[in-house]
Design a protein around this ligand. Structure first.
Ligand code: NAP
Length: 302
């Protein structure tokens, strides 16, 4: 456990979407932002003004010596270089420093140069999406009662718990060896769900008439709520869950003629739906077998 004399003094590296949101929330929670460093001085200055910090720079070596905690929210590929640069800063008392990055896919090993200098290192990943199109105040509001994936040693856990409490969130421990699997789950929960809505939008355009993506909003919301309230297996409805092979075949026939990529998606997600329906025991073994054969073979038959 580091000495952490400056337990609420924090330096921010990376004044982008995630870095700025967390910095703002920590500032509001009473943390003292002692330096803001970003690739461009203009980004650092903008965030520094917002969080009442006078020390901003585009150079890691300008980090405040008082930094107790260092938050690194830079692109994944930059993390190890930043850690190397930080490890070369003569002004830092590393045994009193806790450094974390916010990547969802990479582990605290990216910060090894700092760990070797006896700093406490961990990763703390907000389980949320931060889009370019969103404003900082909306992003900050979105993080209320948010979850943070933590990976690292127990000394880091104590510091992370304090940070997450200040952020009004909850901490979720992630085993280091499964960090990448955790990130794949995040990709499905966010990015691929968004891509599925892109597919809904494509189909709405093909249907024409008055139909727009926004008309699916109540359907999407209720499906999500049901899955969280019950379980995905319990919440599943539709032709696969009902064992309606006639309708599934009709869908596949139409898609094969209109859009082969969507047909392939339909088949793959249909197979996942089938395993959910089978787990929920709502279908007879015969219905499961028939649908499985149809979803697996439809492409090669056509
Ligand atoms: N976006 C999401 O939905 C999301 C969600 C959870 C976690 N994350 C993770 O959070 C981290 C940051 O992502 P982000 O979405 O906030 O990215 P971002 O908006 O692109 O911000 C990255 C920031 O890092 C700065 N930067 C780049 N290279 C740097 C360097 N060598 N030294 C110092 N600063 C540097 C950039 O500087 P300038 O602005 O000055 O050019 C930029 O402000 C990544 O690890 C990402 O995987 C992202």
């Amino acid at each position: 456990m580091p000495k952490m004399e400056n337990s609420t003094a924090i330096s921010i590296i990376g004044a982008g979407k995630v870095g700025s949101t967390l910095a703002l929330l920590l500032h509001r929670a009473g943390y003292r932002i002692v330096s803001v460093i970003s690739r461009r001085k203009s980004s650092a200055k903008k965030l520094a003004r917002l969080v009442g910090c006078r020390n901003y720079s585009d150079s890691i070596s300008d980090i405040a010596p008082a930094a107790g905690i260092i938050q690194i929210a830079a692109p994944d590929d930059e993390l190890s270089t930043i850690a190397e640069e930080l490890a070369g800063c003569p002004s830092l008392d590393f045994s009193a420093v806790a450094a974390f990055h916010t990547s969802g896919s990479l582990t605290s090993d990216e910060l090894l140069p700092l760990k070797r200098k006896e700093a406490t290192t961990f990763s703390l990943h907000p389980i949320q999406t931060f889009s370019k199109s969103s404003t900082l105040s909306r992003q900050a509001a979105m993080m209320k009662n948010g979850f943070y994936g933590f990976e690292g040693p127990s000394a880091g856990l104590k510091i992370a718990r304090r940070l997450v409490r200040a952020l009004n969130g909850s901490l979720v421990r992630i085993p280091k060896e499964e960090k990448i699997l955790y990130h794949i789950a995040c990709v499905f929960a966010s990015n691929y769900l968004t891509s599925l809505l892109g597919t809904v939008e494509d189909l709405a355009v093909r249907v024409g008439g008055d139909l727009r993506l926004s008309h699916f909003k109540p359907l999407v919301r209720t499906s999500m709520e049901n899955a969280f309230l019950q379980s995905p297996a319990m919440a599943l409805t539709g032709p696969v869950a009902r064992g309606s092979s006639r309708i599934v075949e009709l869908h596949l026939d139409v898609l094969q003629k209109t859009d082969k990529q969507i047909a392939e998606l339909y088949r793959q997600i249909g197979l996942k739906s089938l395993s959910l329906a089978a787990a929920g025991k709502s279908l007879s073994p015969h219905a499961v077998k028939k649908l499985k054969r149809m979803l697996e073979s439809h492409r090669s038959e056509k």
